[in-house]
Design a protein around this ligand. Structure first.
Ligand SMILES: [Zn+2]
Length: 212
């Protein structure tokens, strides 16, 4: 008997109805229908596998394609420093948007709401923190040739590892770790510290400029 909407008889990826219950791959999207243990994939499990594969693929592509761009930006900063105030922000925004679109979004879609929220803020604060350290190096001629590609690869790799870790925890049904909240708190504190230092430095420079 075939119950209407029976999950076991439709593809967990694209929901195409499966006419042959023993088929191992979906005829429409070619997605595998069984897990390594031989169990039929549920929609949830398939979504997690799909997201994990998407993060992996995006990481490789972002590192590969992004590296060329990062080297280019380093060259612009070195050869045409007057273009730095234009080139660096544009490259940074393009980088953030493409990482978010290609790599973060597929993973975030399958997270439970609390994990989604925590992951969003961890990635955000981590990004701003990393950028505030990498930024000055990327803006310096010659140093930029190394710092810009290094920052790009480090950012993509770190975010991919973090997403992978969260996806593994999501698929094994592991909740949030207490240390995750503490870690986020520490990162926010560090970020506030960096901002205070920057403001103090700006204040000192203003004072010195007045004295001169
Ligand atoms: Zn399918």
């Amino acid at each position: 008997m075939m119950a209407a909407g029976d999950e076991s008889l439709s593809c967990p990826y694209c929901r195409t109805a499966l006419l042959v219950a023993e088929a191992t791959t979906c005829p429409a999207c070619r997605g595998g229908l069984f897990d390594a243990a031989g169990g039929r994939l549920t929609q949830e499990r398939a979504a997690l596998l799909f997201a994990t594969a998407a993060v992996e693929e995006a990481r490789n592509r972002l590192v590969e394609d992004g590296l060329r761009w990062a080297v280019g930006v380093g060259a612009v900063v070195t050869l045409a420093p007057w273009l730095t105030p234009l080139a660096l922000p544009i490259a940074t925004v393009a980088q953030a948007v493409s990482i978010r679109w290609w790599m973060v979004a597929p993973a975030r879609r399958v997270f439970q709401p609390t994990r989604r929220m925590l992951a969003r803020w961890t990635l955000r604060v981590g990004y701003v923190l990393g950028l505030s350290f990498a930024g000055p190096w990327m803006a310096a001629p010659f140093l930029s040739l190394v710092a810009t590609p290094a920052w790009h690869v480090a950012l993509v790799t770190a975010e991919a590892s973090y997403l992978r870790w969260q996806l593994d925890r999501e698929s094994s049904g592991t909740g949030l770790h207490d240390a995750e909240r503490v870690g986020l708190g520490c990162m926010v504190a560090l970020l506030v510290g960096v901002l205070v230092l920057l403001m103090m430095a700006a204040g000192v420079m203003g004072w010195l400029a007045q004295k001169a």
